[in-house]
Design a protein around this ligand. Structure first.
Ligand code: ADP
Ligand code: ADP
Ligand code: MG
Length: 622
């Protein structure tokens, strides 16, 4: 076993790797940017090396700095985690050339699978079924449009270098193709430094099924069964599980052996995932499952596989990197129960899932029933620089219903404040009848989205209970008596302030399944995974901010990636004016009504802070 390991990553995955390394007696070295100087992975590692400014481009993505840090601390090996440099073959080669052990596959295997077009070509040669599409070198918009027309709509445009659900556009009709292509190429260039795309037939009712594979340096490859990652928002996984609902032994055998063939075709060593897209309109069948891509690294959702197989995948990675053979043969691996993971993102469902940043004044995840993998603790800060995923909640039970129940219970009693999360959204997803019955496909969130949006206010019962307790706590405040109608029961009424909204409440017996606590000078209530700050309303006469005045402010710090209008332009309601990129996502700001661009304060490339006035639209006169 190697003796020391540098982890070239941050957040939950860095903490996850440190945990196993420590159990194996391996010395751990963290790297960190300015924004992460006090981050959890830095606190948990044996040593830590500063590698530069906050933007990943200047720190976590700079291979030379990471290799220099490994040299300076006499680390023996580098584990890249996922994201960042994990699928960068040149970096893997540089690590090896520097005399260090690379915890991952050979650079040639990464290269073979790195670009989606080359990978698909390779798989076709290995006899693995792939989704039909266009993989050609001719990238002219005319040719791409013609190919898309030939494939037939809907068509998916994918950045060949894409990942993490970025750089992908679904095109429903020929007329939308050019715009989607331009936007896809822009995002691809800015996120991956490569704007080439491929085209794929869009599979209707698609299910995302992937297989965990593992190879050692002695030529052995095994699989650790499948995961279902069909619950996605904008191609980004939200809830993952293993095994896949509705999977039969027959189909499992076919898809898992195709995955092993795919891994062997690129001489694979270490942990990898073969992603397939399945036609979910009927039962899962080998004839309706196609190779999509390979991720040549540990996957975000690897814990569900760990739960059902009892294998520590990071331990296997470190053993294999040390030259050991695979710890288990294929026949020694089996599935035990059902596991489910929910990704907790620092984002606000109420604002269209915009990233939410700031201090984690309260961060309390109920980890009694489940495993929690996180990179933050109470008192830490969510910064705008990196991926908004702040924790993974992983439940394991005898069956799927049990896993859902554990996960819902844990979510329900988790509270995070004032950073907003998708916790209540996840809670509602887990309660949805289609989800519960395993009727999954990648479009489910888009179809249900609005129904799963958490309410803006707590439920009436919870407000009543909270009001009752607040009044008890504050004896100076006299409740008003309401309901003086004849024969009507008398009601005690007060007014609560919930995030600036005044809500009259009758207060009565407290409801169940919620809790309330005092925090600093605030009172917090948590219901179904959503946390609110409340207080008794004081009638100070302050008016709400004037809305609808056409001033478009930056909803978060970020970089302007394009400006679509000029000052003085006439614009139509809904027309895109400016595109902002933050936390790796593009956000389009659109005209709130028909009018004229009265002010334009940014140009392409501008860095803006939260609340900056970007554009002001004025109603057209007359
Ligand atoms: P990434 O590298 O960003 O993970 P993938 O190629 O794995 O990109 O695709 C991400 C997701 O997009 C998939 O999980 C699936 O939901 C959807 N998707 C990809 N290809 C197709 C397709 N041909 N038809 C339908 N959905 C697709
Ligand atoms: P999966 O591993 O399941 O394919 P995704 O593709 O959704 O998961 O997410 C992996 C991608 O997400 C990475 O390629 C990376 O761009 C990004 N990512 C997510 N979380 C982090 C993180 N903590 N640090 C760096 N990158 C991250
Ligand atoms: Mg993928």
């Amino acid at each position: 076993m190697l003796k020391s390991l540098l982890i070239a990553n941050r957040g939950e995955i860095a903490c996850r790797i440190i945990r196993t390394a420590r159990e194996l007696g391996v010395r751990t070295i963290a790297v960190y940017s300015d924004a992460d100087s006090k981050a959890l992975h830095v606190r948990e590692a044996d040593e830590a090396v500063h590698i530069g400014p906050s933007p990943a481009r200047e720190s976590y993505l700079v291979g030379e700095k990471i290799i220099a840090a490994a040299k300076a601390t006499r680390a023996e090996a580098i584990h890249p985690g996922y994201g960042f440099l994990s699928e960068n073959a040149d970096f893997a080669q540089a690590v090896i050339d520097a005399g260090l052990i690379w915890v991952g596959p050979k650079p040639d295997s990464i290269r073979a699978m790195g670009l989606k077009d080359a990978a698909k070509a390779r798989m076709i040669a290995a006899g693995v079924p792939v989704t039909p599409g266009y993989l050609g070198e001719d990238q002219s918009p005319e040719r791409l449009q013609a190919e898309a027309d030939a494939i037939g709509y809907p068509v998916l445009i994918k950045a060949v270098a894409g990942g993490g659900g970025k750089g992908m556009r679904l095109v429903e009709a020929a007329a939308d193709f050019r715009d989607a292509l331009a936007s896809c190429k822009r995002e691809a260039a800015s996120s991956f430094g490569d704007d080439r795309v491929l085209l794929e037939k869009y599979i209707l009712s698609p299910r995302h099924i992937e297989v965990q594979v593992f190879g050692d340096s002695h030529g052995n490859v095994v699989h650790l069964f499948e995961r279902d990652c069909s619950l996605q928002r904008r191609h980004q996984k939200v809830i993952e599980e293993a095994p896949a609902p509705g999977m039969t032994e027959f189909t499992r055998a076919a898809v898992c052996s195709a995955a092993v063939r795919a891994a062997k075709a690129v001489d694979y060593v270490g942990a990898g995932t073969i992603e397939f897209i399945a036609d979910g309109s009927g039962h899962l069948h080998p004839d309706r499952i196609w190779f999509m891509e390979m991720n040549t690294r540990l996957q975000v959702e690897h814990p569900v596989t760990e739960a059902i197989t009892g294998v520590d995948l990071v331990e296997w990675q470190l053993r294999i990197a040390s030259g050991e053979p695979l710890p288990l043969h294929q026949h020694e691996l089996s599935i035990n129960g059902h596991a489910m993971e929910a990704r907790l993102y620092a984002e606000d469902p109420a604002t269209g899932f915009l990233p939410s940043i700031g201090p984690l004044t309260e961060f309390d995840l109920n980890d009694g029933l489940i495993r929690v993998d996180t990179g933050v603790e109470e008192g830490d800060e969510v910064t705008p620089f990196y991926d908004p995923m702040i924790a993974k909640l992983i439940a394991h039970s005898r069956d799927r219903e049990g896993a859902i129940e554990f996960l819902s219970t844990a979510l329900c009693s988790s509270s995070v404040w004032p950073v907003r999360t998708n916790g209540a959204f996840l809670f509602r997803a887990l309660a949805d009848p289609d989800f519960v019955s395993g009727k999954l496909d990648t479009g489910l969130i888009a179809r249900k989205g609005d129904a799963w949006l958490p309410p803006r206010l707590p439920s009436e019962e919870v407000l009543r209970g909270a009001a009752g307790r607040l009044i008890e706590d504050e004896p100076g405040v006299a409740p008003r008596l309401a309901g003086f109608r004849l024969n009507a029961p008398q009601r005690l009424q007060t007014v609560l302030d919930v995030h600036g909204t005044r809500v009259p409440v009758d207060f009565a017996a407290p409801a169940e399944n919620w809790y309330m606590r005092h925090f600093d000078n605030r009172v917090m209530i948590t219901e179904s995974g959503q946390t609110f700050a409340i207080r008794l309303a004081r009638f100070d006469g302050a008016a709400g901010a004037a809305a609808g005045d056409g001033a478009l402010l930056a909803p978060m710090p970020g970089r302007v990636t394009s400006v679509e209008v000029a000052a003085g332009d006439t614009v139509a309601k809904g027309q895109r004016l400016v595109t902002l990129e933050a936390m790796k996502m593009e956000h389009g700001l659109t005209a709130p009504f028909d009018g004229i661009v009265a002010e334009l304060n940014v140009t392409q490339g501008s860095q803006v802070s939260e609340g900056t006035l970007l554009v002001k639209v004025e109603k057209a006169e007359g």
